[in-house]
Design a protein around this ligand. Structure first.
Ligand code: FAD
Length: 526
C-alpha cells in the first residue's frame, strides 16, 4: 500500500481498492477522506462503496470531491473543517494523491495555527512555575499552557497523606485556579512536536506555534511494568503514595496492621522524589512503634539501588532509623511481580555469587513504587535524548539541538534529583534564558542541580536532604537552624507548614523565594 506523509497524522495516496481499508485500520489509521468525484475512470469504486468499507473497518469517512483546477472556497473550507475534526491519522486519496495534497495546502490558510511567544507543555509544578516566572519578568508576553488535566496536584503532600497528617484535599486545586492570569490554557494533551516548524501537535490534531517552547510534561509512572500490580492497587493490602487516590489507603493499611509482614519497594533510578519510598516506610514504622505493634511486624525495604540513599552524607541518619525500627534492608532487590489475591510479591536480586535469583515473599501490606520513564510522546519525539527525556544542557536547561526549546521538571534529562524543589530552582533559570533567546541573546542563567528530599524519618522529625550535581550539599539554612544530615524538628515544621504555602503562594505565582538564579560569569570582550 503506497501513501505519503504530508505532515504528522495526515497522509495522501492514490485510489485504494475498498478491500485494503481494513489493512489501513490495522496500521493505525482512523479516518479516510475521498477527494475524487465518482465516475472519473472506469472501474473506480464509488465514494459510497468506499464509505461502507471504511465504516466496516472502524474508520471515519468523509467525501470532499474536487476537480483539479476547479477547487473552490467551499471545498477548501470543508477540507479545513475535516482536518480539524477527524481523528488522526488521516488518509486522503484522489486519483494520484496530488489533489488531496493541494487541498491540504490550501486548507492551511483557513486553519492558521494559533501562535504564542511561549508555549508550555504541561501545567504541573514546573510548567506553572515557569509561566509565572516568565510573566513576572515580562508581563505582556503571550503564553499558552497545554494541560489536559482539570486538577493540579501538590504531590510532595502525598507522603503526609499516607501518614494521616494531611487530608488528600489539601494537595489538589482546580487547574483553572493555578493558571497565571494572562496565560491561555489549552485544555488538551500535546501529542507530538514539530521543532523544525516551531509547532506542537495536539491530540485533537490542531497545531499550536511558538517562538519558545518549554517542555514540562512530567514523567510516566509505569505501573504495568510489574505484572499483577495495576490490578491489585487499592486492595489486597497493596498501595502506593505515588497516586493521589491511593495515599489514604497507605494510612488505612498502616492503622489496621497489627502483625505480619510489610514490604516497601523502590524501583531503579531515576524516580521522582527518590526518598519517597522510604518516607512511606519510616512513617508507617513510627505509627506501629507508637501503637506498640512494631515488634510484631516484619518490615522489609527492597530497593533496586546498591545504597540506601544516593548522597552519602544522609545515609548514617537513615541507617539509624533502619536499625531503630528493625527494618530488613534488601539492596539490589527489585519487585518484578505481584499476586494480589495470594498476597505474594516476587523479587529479583543478585545472590552472593552474582547470579540472579528470584524469591517470593508473602505480605500483609505492600507499598509499591513503579518504574518511571519519560512520557511516550517525549520518548518518541525529536526532543528526546538517549535516556528518552528532553535533552537539555544541565546548566542552562536549553535543548541540545533546538535553541528555542527548553526542558525542566521531571521530564528533562538533567541528572538532578527529580523533585518539585528542583523545579522551583529551574523555573527562574528557564524564564531568564527563554527571554534572552527571544531577544536574540545567549542564555545567561545557570542551574546548579539543586534538589531537595525531606526524609520524614518519624512524625515530627525530618532529615532534610538538599544537594546539587555530583551530590554536593546545598543547604538552604544555617546549620544551627537545620543540620540536614540529622533528624530535625525545624525541618518537619518546614515540610508540614511552610513548604505547601511556599508552593501555592510562592513558586506557582512567580515569587522566587529561595530560588534566585545564578548567572554565568561575564566574559570580557576585546
Ligand atoms: P508534574 O508536576 O507531574 O506535572 C506534569 C504535568 O504535565 C501534569 O499536570 C500532567 O497532566 C501534564 N501532562 C502530562 N502529559 C501531558 C501531555 N501529553 N500534554 C500536556 N500536558 C501533559 N518533590 C519535592 O520537592 N519534595 C518532596 O517531598 C516530594 N515528595 C514527593 C512524594 C511523592 C509521593 C511524589 C509522587 C512526588 C514527590 N515529589 C517531591 C516530586 C514532585 O512532585 C515532582 O518532582 C514534581 O511534581 C515535578 O513537576 P513536573 O511539573 O515536572 O511534573
Amino acid at each position: 500500500m503506497k501513501y505519503k506523509e504530508v505532515e504528522p497524522g495526515f497522509n495522501v495516496s492514490p485510489q485504494l481498492p475498498p478491500d485494503r481499508l481494513a489493512e489501513l485500520a490495522s496500521r493505525g489509521f482512523r479516518s479516510v477522506i475521498c477527494n475524487r468525484p465518482d465516475g472519473e475512470e472506469p472501474g473506480q469504486p464509488s465514494a459510497e462503496t468506499m464509505r461502507a468499507a471504511a465504516e466496516a473497518a472502524g474508520l471515519q469517512f468523509t467525501a470532499i470531491p474536487v476537480v483539479g483546477g476547479a477547487i473552490g472556497d467551499a471545498d477548501v473550507a470543508r477540507m479545513a473543517a475535516a482536518l480539524a475534526e477527524l481523528p488522526r491519522p488521516i488518509l486522503a486519496y484522489c486519483r494520484s494523491g496530488a489533489r488531496s495534497a493541494k487541498l491540504w495546502e490550501l486548507a492551511q490558510d483557513k486553519n492558521p495555527p494559533a501562535q504564542y511567544d511561549v508555549v508550555i507543555v504541561g501545567g504541573g509544578s514546573a510548567g506553572i512555575a515557569s509561566a509565572a516566572s516568565l510573566l513576572r519578568r515580562r508581563p505582556g508576553l503571550s503564553i499558552a499552557i497545554i494541560e489536559p488535566s482539570d486538577v493540579h496536584y501538590y504531590q510532595p503532600g502525598w507522603t503526609l497523606v499516607g501518614a494521616g497528617v494531611f487530608t488528600p484535599e489539601v494537595t489538589r486545586r482546580a487547574t483553572a485556579t493555578v493558571i497565571p492570569d494572562g496565560c491561555t490554557w489549552i485544555r488538551e494533551s500535546a501529542a507530538s512536536f514539530e521543532p523544525e516548524s516551531n509547532a506542537v501537535r495536539l491530540a485533537d490534531g490542531t497545531r499550536v506555534k511558538y517562538r519558545i517552547l518549554v517542555a514540562a510534561p512530567g514523567l510516566k509512572l509505569d505501573w504495568d511494568a510489574i505484572p499483577g500490580l495495576s490490578e491489585t492497587l487499592g486492595k489486597n493490602g497493596v498501595t502506593s503514595n505515588y497516586r493521589y487516590d491511593l495515599a489514604p489507603y497507605t494510612y488505612k493499611l498502616a492503622c489496621e496492621l497489627s502483625s505480619g509482614r510489610a514490604l516497601f519497594t523502590q524501583p531503579p533510578m531515576p524516580i521522582k522524589c527518590a526518598g519517597a519510598p522510604q518516607k512511606a516506610m519510616y512513617l508507617s514504622c513510627d505509627l506501629w512503634r507508637r501503637a506498640g505493634k512494631l515488634g510484631n511486624i516484619d518490615v522489609q525495604f527492597h530497593t533496586a539501588g546498591a545504597v540506601l540513599f544516593g548522597v552519602a552524607a544522609y545515609v548514617p541518619a537513615l541507617n539509624d532509623y533502619v536499625q531503630r525500627y528493625g527494618i530488613t534492608l534488601n539492596l539490589e532487590s527489585r519487585l518484578t511481580a505481584v499476586d494480589g489475591n495470594a498476597r505474594v510479591a516476587t523479587f529479583e536480586h543478585k545472590g552472593p555469587d552474582g547470579a540472579v535469583a528470584h524469591t517470593e515473599q508473602p505480605f500483609d501490606m505492600l507499598h509499591a513504587v513503579p518504574p518511571q520513564l519519560a512520557p511516550d510522546f517525549i520518548r518518541s519525539s525529536a526532543l528526546a535524548g538517549a535516556s528518552g527525556f528532553v535533552e537539555v544542557d544541565d546548566a542552562t536547561l536549553q535543548h541540545a539541538r533546538y535553541p528555542n526549546v527548553f526542558g525542566l521538571g521531571d521530564a528533562c534529562s538533567a541528572p538532578n534529583a527529580k523533585t518539585a524543589a528542583a523545579a522551583r530552582k529551574q523555573a527562574p533559570v528557564v524564564a531568564e534564558n527563554a527571554l534572552a533567546v527571544l531577544d536574540g541573546a545567549p542564555p545567561i542563567a545557570v542551574y546548579d542541580g539543586y534538589g531537595s528530599c525531606p526524609l520524614t524519618v518519624e512524625r515530627g522529625r525530618i532529615v532534610l536532604a538538599e544537594f546539587g550535581y555530583g551530590g554536593k550539599l546545598l543547604p538552604s539554612f544555617p546549620k544551627w537552624l537545620i543540620d540536614g544530615t540529622r533528624p530535625s524538628r525545624a525541618a518537619w515544621f518546614l515540610k508540614d507548614r511552610i513548604l505547601p504555602a511556599l508552593y501555592w503562594r510562592g513558586m506557582l505565582k512567580g515569587r522566587e523565594w529561595l530560588a534566585k538564579p545564578a548567572h554565568k560569569p561575564l566574559v570580557p570582550s576585546d
